[in-house]
Write a protein that binds this ligand. Structure first.
Ligand SMILES: C[S@@+](CC[C@H](N)C(=O)[O-])C[C@H]1O[C@@H](n2cnc3c(N)ncnc32)[C@H](O)[C@@H]1O
Ligand SMILES: [Zn+2]
Length: 345
């Protein structure tokens, strides 16, 4: 499918307008100076969302700022920066701690050593901070539109990237960083984890992800031509058929992803899980073990897949023009499917 000329032009203009005035290198240099400061001189301007060096205090004197920024805070930028919640452009909904831990433990159990974190700053920072604390051999490269992160990560750890049109703001050098990251160990041990804004157009996202997957495929020197780069695409379940249109090899996992700052998608007060957000993956579903401590028993998973299978048969019968028997309590999933014609944006 083709993205319209108007939309392409709009995206290019967005890229131009969002080219930052300060470079990533300058931000890295500022960070190096910042960490040399004693705690009492480490300030963060909340209005400008910027780490301040003492020579800059004057300019921000009437702004709100935080003092005594610790190393722990510097290692958790997603806690220091306020989440950008504009639904269309950023929708920065951050993983609840247990979902983030589940993801990371799953990646470790599956033997991955490198994570291409596309729009997952909290997962990236959990990996980065573990890597600096203990013997931990997983690394991450963050690709995100939010340039504020360039204050905390080097060019080998963060690329300013637009996942709607596969644009690296840092040009060829940034693209090369990404390529190198994927090429390491002959492309083995790497997975892409992405959690795009839910208002994002599936078609545009899929096209960018295919380009990242193609970048990985170029690494394959030893003839595993038909293999795909492993992917976790985190998105609401009602986009299932759209995602499968673009990636027929993907399946949807039963795990329900929770967020800290999303009123609808966080763990229910009653203890009932209610997030509609799932993980779509091209890994074999049986490789993925869901956490029993979060209530995912084999029975529950079996029941969910039985319901899903029943819905599938039901839809197939309807599509084939056969007589359809309606179940009395059609699960929410079925209702949701009816309304998923639009992708948003
Ligand atoms: C739903 S949030 C996911 C955050 C993730 N749950 C976490 O906690 O790490 C979407 C993420 O994608 C990023 N983002 C939004 N639009 C983007 C774009 N066009 N290109 C790249 N990243 C984008 C946001 O800055 C944000 O980090
Ligand atoms: Zn300021």
């Amino acid at each position: 499918m083709l993205v319209s000329e108007t939309r392409l032009a709009a995206r290019e203009e967005y890229n131009r307008n969002h080219q930052p005035s300060i470079t990533h290198r300058q931000n890295v240099d500022r960070y190096k100076n910042f960490v040399l400061l004693p705690l009492s001189k480490r300030r963060f301007c909340q209005e400008c969302q910027q780490l301040l060096l003492p020579t800059e205090w004057e300019k921000h004197s009437d702004h709100q700022f935080l003092c005594n920024i610790t190393t722990t805070q510097l290692k958790s930028p997603s806690q220091l920066l306020y989440p950008l919640e504009n639904k269309k452009t950023n929708a920065q909904y951050l993983f609840a701690d247990r979902s983030c831990k589940f993801l990371l433990n799953l990646l470790i159990d599956l033997g991955f050593r490198r994570v291409l974190s596309v729009g997952t700053p909290r997962l990236h920072e959990m990996i980065q901070s573990k890597a600096s604390q203990e013997e931990f051999n997983v690394r991450s490269l963050l690709l995100d539109i939010d340039f504020r992160y360039s204050q905390f990560y080097t060019e080998d750890e963060f690329c300013h990237y637009n996942m709607f049109n596969h644009h690296f703001f840092g040009g060829e050098a940034a693209r090369e960083t990404c390529r190198k990251f994927l090429y390491e160990e002959n492309g083995e041990g790497v997975i892409m984890v992405t959690d795009p804004p839910f208002g994002g157009l599936v078609e545009a996202l899929a096209s960018s992800f295919k380009k990242l997957m193609a970048m990985w495929r170029e690494t394959e020197k030893e003839g595993h031509d038909n293999k795909e780069m492993p992917v976790f695409w985190i998105f609401p379940y009602f986009f299932e058929s759209r995602i499968l249109d673009f990636f027929p090899s993907f399946s949807m996992m039963d795990y329900q992803v929770d967020y800290d700052n999303h009123a609808l998608y966080k763990h229910g007060k009653t203890g009932r899980r209610q997030s509609p957000v799932r993980i779509f993956t091209n890994l074999t579903p049986s490789m993925i073990v869901l956490p029993e401590e979060e209530g995912y028993s084999d029975m529950l998973v079996l029941a969910t897949s039985t319901v899903r299978y029943a819905i599938h048969v039901h839809q197939k019968m309807a599509d084939d023009g056969n007589i359809v028997f309606f179940a009395k309590n059609v699960p929410d999933k079925k209702k949701g499917q009816k309304t998923r014609k639009r992708d948003g944006l």
